[in-house]
Write a protein that binds this ligand. Structure first.
Ligand SMILES: Cc1cc2nc3c(=O)[nH]c(=O)nc-3n(C[C@H](O)[C@H](O)[C@H](O)COP(=O)(O)OP(=O)(O)OC[C@H]3O[C@@H](n4cnc5c(N)ncnc54)[C@H](O)[C@@H]3O)c2cc1C
Length: 409
């Protein structure tokens, strides 16, 4: 049996290791366009902020492929799949045949359209190479502009602030991390960042850049200008699936997968940021582009590819972030739609600068936002993931001293 895995990120690695542990004799080929040994992508922002060095990023040793009996095809990008002929194509080279194929190509940063966007010192922050480029430029950087207040834009802003750079963030919503937190927590985060020197401009975007080789100035859509010698584009990500034949493999935002992480084409699976699976909290399909889901999906896809039928229970968005003096933990639906079946309970403690909000859909907890009081966060995530009916009023769960573990008894 020959397994081909496209993408050597955590979803691909988790699948390859699972297949190898279950089928010692299988051929496993891994194709990836990055050269480095597998590394921890979420930690690249810690290299930018200077809290770790690049040597801490690898999550497997350099001899990982050899020891796991995997044939790596690195620094190569798959350009096409022949679904019926069961092979993948890398540029002009001979096609690589497969019996089972995993699409684990992750996501690409969402591009921008602004004029002169290819000037020097305008970066995305998706790979360790991107961060290496940012660090090389840093000695000449006094003012940085961050486009977007999502997770990546926020992490870039945080890292550069910690490096002593003057940072301006442009965001469309009124506060950063608007996909991860509600407006109350968002305003707390914004206040914290502003108190540490971040400048925020809302409801405006970049129309053009100018500079001589490297960027020197951004022209905004509201007619104003901002001098800057670095720009980080953090406007979200899109599943990396340009090589996927959409007439053969169904795609919505991501590649559609069933419970066994199978795509709509026979013997082809998908996992990680590129896949669109059932979201536990929303009870509908969603792309949850986060590390723990990429690990879980890679493992489950690997088991199914190796011949054991295993169901994936669905994905759940969640995050834990430290923002100077704030610990923030979120999961599931944080901004529910206007609908009577949703109920929100919240508690604010101004002295401790804490905020907790729970979102219920009928008797199920489907979302939470915790700021500076995150001790019970893990239990709450388990409640959401387990779809466990909550038989007490939501307010009681926020009462001082209430232990949410009791809800499992
Ligand atoms: C700055 C940053 C901070 C983050 N912070 C967090 C966080 O705090 N918490 C969290 O849970 N998640 C975080 N994430 C998201 C997390 O990193 C991803 O969810 C995770 O890496 C997804 O793993 P993956 O294997 O699906 O994809 P990826 O890690 O993207 O790996 C896919 C690999 O496939 C390669 N590839 C793509 N197309 C092709 C092709 N055609 N041919 C060959 N190879 C290809 C890519 O180059 C890449 O190496 C963060 C991401 C970034 C960038």
């Amino acid at each position: 049996m020959k397994h081909v895995i496209i993408g050597n990120g955590i979803a691909g690695i988790s699948a390859a290791e699972t297949i190898r542990s279950m089928t010692p004799d299988a051929d496993i080929v891994m194709i990836g366009d990055e050269t480095a040994p597998p590394y921890c992508r979420p930690m690249i922002s810690m290299v930018l902020e200077g809290s770790i060095t690049g040597e801490r990023l690898p999550i497997r040793d350099a001899d990982f492929y050899e020891r796991a009996g995997i044939s790596p095809v690195l620094s190569h990008r798959v350009s096409a799949i022949d679904v019926e002929g069961k092979s993948v194509r890398i540029g002009g080279e001979r096609p690589i045949p497969f019996d089972r194929l995993l699409l684990a190509t992750g996501a690409d940063p969402r591009p921008i359209r602004a004029e002169n966007r290819h000037l020097g010192n305008i970066f995305f922050m998706r790979t360790q190479e991107h961060v290496r480029g940012m660090l090389q430029a840093l000695p000449q950087v006094r003012r940085a502009l961050i486009l977007g207040g999502g997770l990546v834009g926020f992490k870039a802003a945080y890292g550069l602030l910690r490096r002593g750079v003057e940072v301006t963030m442009l965001i469309r919503s009124g506060y950063p991390l608007s996909q991860q937190v509600d407006s109350h927590a968002g305003r707390m985060i914004l206040k914290e960042l502003v108190s540490r020197g971040l400048e925020v401009r809302v409801e405006t975007d970049v129309a053009a850049f100018d500079g001589n080789g490297a960027v020197r100035r951004a022209h905004l859509s509201d007619g104003t200008e901002i001098p800057c010698d670095m720009v980080v584009v953090g406007k979200g990500v899109l599943p990396a699936l340009s090589f996927v034949p959409r007439d053969k493999i169904a795609v919505d935002l991501g590649i559609l997968v069933d419970e066994q992480l199978r795509t709509t084409a026979p013997d082809i699976y998908a996992a990680g940021d590129v896949a669109e699976s059932m979201d536990i909290a929303r009870n509908s399909r969603w792309v949850n582009a986060i590390w723990p889901e990429a690990v879980a999906q890679g493992r489950i896809a690997g088991m199914n590819m190796a011949g054991r039928t295993v169901a994936y229970k669905g994905s759940l968005s969640r995050n834990v972030i430290r923002i100077f003096g704030l610990d923030v933990m979120t999961a599931g639906i944080v901004n529910p739609p206007e609908d009577d079946r949703y109920k929100i309970v919240s508690a604010i403690d101004r002295r401790r600068r804490s905020y907790r909000k729970l979102v219920f859909h009928e008797d199920r907890l489907v979302g939470m936002t915790l700021v500076n009081d995150i001790e019970q966060g893990g239990v709450l995530v388990a409640l959401i993931q387990g779809c466990i009916a909550v038989r007490i009023p939501g307010e009681k769960m926020l009462a001082p001293g209430f232990n949410c573990r009791r809800l499992f008894i």
